[in-house]
Ligand binder design. Structure first.
Ligand code: ACO
Ligand code: ZN
Length: 443
């Protein structure tokens, strides 16, 4: 497989990169679909006394209202508790799940944030969990431990609870990557020796991770990578895409999976990175190629998956890179002459991004097309799987089932309305800049 001269051949001038030489930018999981920002409530002494009488510290499983960053009270469930290290008098802090929101917003809170008047008698869910856990077969347990494709829909209630029990508390709170300090979203199964680390330091090029900043600084002086390993298969302006074979670059691929899992729920780690290709999108400047996001793809998929996991790193989200990565995965499918679909389950943000992409691509064609067009023709033109076309058009109420056939109803005004609602188009993939041949097993 060829590479574009200069960047990949190792012949490019190696720009100096000192972690910390550039302004550090901090990002936290600021989600428009669930918007946080910090706040406390006044301590109600009477309530604390009552709660103490009834049992402070609060038990795991307790439901209570918690002051969130939007300054409002929201219902939470206590997931874990720990003693405040500096407090001599047995004060606890609590790891809570906001039951209205995604798990990425789970966090440690102080007692002052909890409205103790609202404490609900706690259900002993731990015991319940233990009971269901005991009923699980060893096969079910292994499935959770070993596979990366399992998620909400495929997991039965007991397995889902087991997954949530095992991954309930974020182990790593922050990472440093390039010029960003990023708050993590979920648990990631780093090797045990990293589990007591509040923050991990990643080399933004080889993705090795370290416990201390000085270790990273020492590493950066020695590390000669300035871009992901593998072949550069796309370059347009300052954007480049690298294809990394998990078999040839095992350590890089495993490091990427550890990193990605911090932002992906319900995907357990790929132990078998050999079976995957990784497409790493970078913004390049004179310091090197900085990873913006990636997607992984099975070398052979029986279910016609053209994408396994997709991630835009939080500092780069909502800029159109997600749609670029999705569009790129379909361009690869077109080159393979296959239709494709993302591996399920999709996360909330994954579904939003895919729905936006499918809507835009399909409605653009329908708008321009004169005469009849079938779902199969749409699928041939776009490499989008028929099921995904049907579900998109159905959700937009553009499809009717008449006389045993699906018929698309495409009133131009209605199409325009939906297109507007589908958001921005994202960054375009310029196919003429893609130099790629589909994967073939080397003998
Ligand atoms: N709030 C509301 N809508 C959002 C948000 C958000 N926080 N983030 C994305 N969207 C929607 C919007 O419709 C957006 O389009 P718009 O900006 O034009 O309105 C659209 O999704 C995509 O926006 P992009 O900027 O193209 O996508 P982004 O670079 O932010 O990446 C992605 C999307 C990859 C899903 C990112 O949110 C992410 O990495 N999330 C964490 C990991 C994840 O959930 N991955 C998908 C798992 S499913 C799977 O891997 C098969
Ligand atoms: Zn390195």
């Amino acid at each position: 497989m060829g590479s574009i001269e200069g960047i990949n051949g190792g012949g490019a001038a190696a720009p100096q990169c000192n972690s910390g030489a550039h302004q550090m930018v901090t990002t936290s999981p600021a989600m428009e679909i669930d918007v946080p920002s910090a706040g406390f409530i006044e301590i109600d002494d009477a309530a604390v006394k009552k709660a103490k009488a009834g049992g402070l510290p609060l038990e795991v499983g307790t439901r209570v209202m918690c002051r969130w960053r939007d300054h409002n009270l929201h219902p939470v469930k206590v997931i874990e508790r720990r003693k405040v290290p500096s407090s001599g008098n047995n004060d606890y802090e609590y790891y809570v799940h906001y039951t209205e929101f995604n798990r990425r917003l789970d966090e440690w809170v102080k007692l002052e944030q909890l409205d103790l008047k609202t404490v609900e008698t706690c259900v002993d869910e731990k015991m319940e969990d233990k009971a269901t856990s005991l009923k699980m077969t060893r096969h079910q347990k292994r499935k959770i431990d070993e596979t990366h494709v399992e998620g909400h829909e495929e997991l039965d209630a007991a397995s889902l609870r087991e997954h949530e029990e095992f991954t309930k508390v974020k182990n790593i709170a922050k990472i440093e990557l390039g010029r960003y300090e990023i708050d993590t979203w979920y648990f990631s199964p780093f090797p045990p020796e990293y589990n007591d680390c509040f923050k991990l330091y990643f080399c933004e090029f080889c993705l090795n991770f370290m416990k201390r900043k000085e270790q990273l600084q020492r590493h950066m002086r020695k590390c000669d990578l300035k871009h992901p390993p593998g072949d550069e298969i796309y370059r347009c302006g300052t954007l480049s895409m690298f294809e990394v074979d998990g078999k040839k670059n095992k350590v890089y691929a495993q490091n990427l999976c550890y990193l990605a899992k911090l932002f992906l729920d319900h995907k357990t780690l790929y132990y078998d990175v050999d079976l995957f290709l990784f497409y790493i999108l970078c913004e390049c400047d004179d310091r090197g190629c900085h990873m913006v996001g990636y997607f992984s793809k099975e070398k052979h998929s029986e279910e016609s998956y053209n994408l396994a996991c997709i991630l835009t790193l939080p500092p780069y989200q909502r800029k159109g890179y997600g749609k670029f990565l999705i569009a790129f995965s379909y361009e690869l499918s077109k080159k393979e002459g296959k239709v494709g679909t993302p591996e399920r389950p999709l996360s909330d943000l994954g579904l939003l991004s895919y729905r936006g992409y499918w809507t835009r691509v399909l409605l653009d064609i329908l708008k321009k097309h004169k005469g009849n067009i079938s779902i199969k023709e749409l699928s041939d033109m776009t490499a989008i799987k028929v099921d995904d076309i049907l579900s998109t058009l159905q959700s937009l109420e553009l499809i009717q089932y008449r006389k045993g056939q699906h018929v698309i109803c495409a009133d131009p005004k209605v199409l325009d309305r939906h297109l507007k609602a589908a958001g921005r188009g994202g960054l375009e993939v310029d196919v003429s800049k893609l130099i790629w041949i589909p994967y073939k097993e080397q003998s």
